[in-house]
Design a binder for this molecule. Structure first.
Ligand SMILES: [Zn+2]
Length: 252
C-alpha cells in the first residue's frame, strides 16, 4: 500500500468507528509529532470539532459553575473567586478574583478588539485596598472589620471564553491562575504595597512593571505554574482533563 492508500484506508475505518474509538485513536495519534498527510489532519480536525460540539451542549451557566468550582478547588483558601458583587469578601488578606465567563463569541471578540484567538486572560492591574474604604457604601464590610480589623484586600479580574477551545480550558485556567499568583508575589515585593498605610492607602500594581516577568513567563511565573499544577493534582489526582471536567458536574 502507498501512504496515500494507507491514509484513505485509515479514513474509511476511522469514519466508520464509533465515537469512543475515534477519540481514542485521535488521542493516540496526537502523541506523535510527525504525522503528515493533509487528509488525516482534516479528519482529526473534524473529530475535534465534533468533540467540541458535544461539550458545547452544556449550558453556559453549568460551564460557569464548573469553572468556579475548579478554581476554588485548586487555589488557596484566602482566594475568593466571585461572580456576583455580593460574593466579594472584606476579610483582610483576601484576594478577590472576579470571574467573568463569556457567553457569546461576539462579546468576546469585542473585548479583544480583533486581537489573536485567546481563551482567557487576566485583565488589568491587581489592585489592593483597605477594607475600610468600602464603609460608606457597603454595610457588609462592618462585620469583618469588627471581627478581624482594618486591613488590605486585593482584587483581580479573570476573563474566560470557554467555547473557544473547550479541551484547553483547564490548562488555560491553570495558566491564568499562575499569572495571578505571580502578580501577587510581585505585588508583595513592591514599595508601593509595603508603604505604611493611613486612611487613604490604596495600591494598584501597574501591570507594566510586571510585564517582563509576565509576558516572558519568567521564573516566578514558572514557579507559580508548578504550584497551581500541584494543587490541581492534589485536588483531582492525575486524571485526564476530560475526566476532571466530568467530575466537576458532581461538585456544583
Ligand atoms: Zn500567559
Amino acid at each position: 500500500m502507498t501512504s496515500n492508500e494507507l491514509i484513505k484506508d485509515f479514513e474509511k475505518t476511522f469514519k466508520a468507528a464509533d465515537r469512543e474509538t475515534q477519540l481514542k485513536v485521535f488521542r493516540a495519534l496526537m502523541q506523535y509529532q510527525n504525522i503528515d498527510g493533509l487528509d488525516l489532519a482534516e479528519i482529526l480536525e473534524q473529530v475535534l470539532d465534533q468533540e467540541l460540539d458535544l461539550e458545547n451542549t452544556e449550558t453556559w451557566s453549568t460551564k460557569q459553575s464548573k469553572i468556579k468550582v475548579f478554581i476554588d478547588k485548586i487555589t488557596p483558601p484566602n482566594w475568593n473567586i466571585y461572580i456576583k458583587k455580593e460574593e466579594f469578601k472584606y476579610k483582610p488578606g483576601t484576594l478577590n478574583i472576579k470571574l467573568e465567563v463569556f457567553k457569546n463569541e461576539s462579546d468576546w471578540n469585542a473585548e479583544w478588539d480583533g486581537e489573536e484567538d485567546f481563551v482567557g486572560r487576566v485583565k488589568g492591574p491587581m489592585c489592593f485596598y483597605l477594607n475600610s474604604e468600602f464603609m460608606k457604601n457597603e454595610p457588609r464590610v462592618i462585620e469583618p472589620i469588627k471581627k478581624f480589623r482594618v486591613g488590605k484586600i486585593g482584587k483581580s479580574h479573570l476573563q474566560i471564553f470557554p467555547d473557544r477551545e473547550t479541551r484547553e480550558l483547564l490548562n488555560t485556567l491553570v495558566h491564568e491562575l499562575a499569572h495571578i499568583a505571580a502578580d501577587r508575589w510581585l505585588a508583595y515585593k513592591t514599595k508601593e504595597y509595603n508603604k505604611k498605610w493611613k486612611k487613604e492607602w490604596r495600591c494598584e500594581i501597574d501591570s507594566l512593571s510586571l510585564r517582563n516577568e509576565n509576558i516572558n513567563h519568567g521564573p516566578l511565573f514558572e514557579k507559580a505554574f508548578r504550584l497551581i499544577t500541584i494543587r490541581k493534582e492534589k485536588a483531582f489526582g492525575k486524571e485526564s482533563d476530560e475526566k476532571i471536567w466530568k467530575k466537576l458536574e458532581g461538585l456544583i
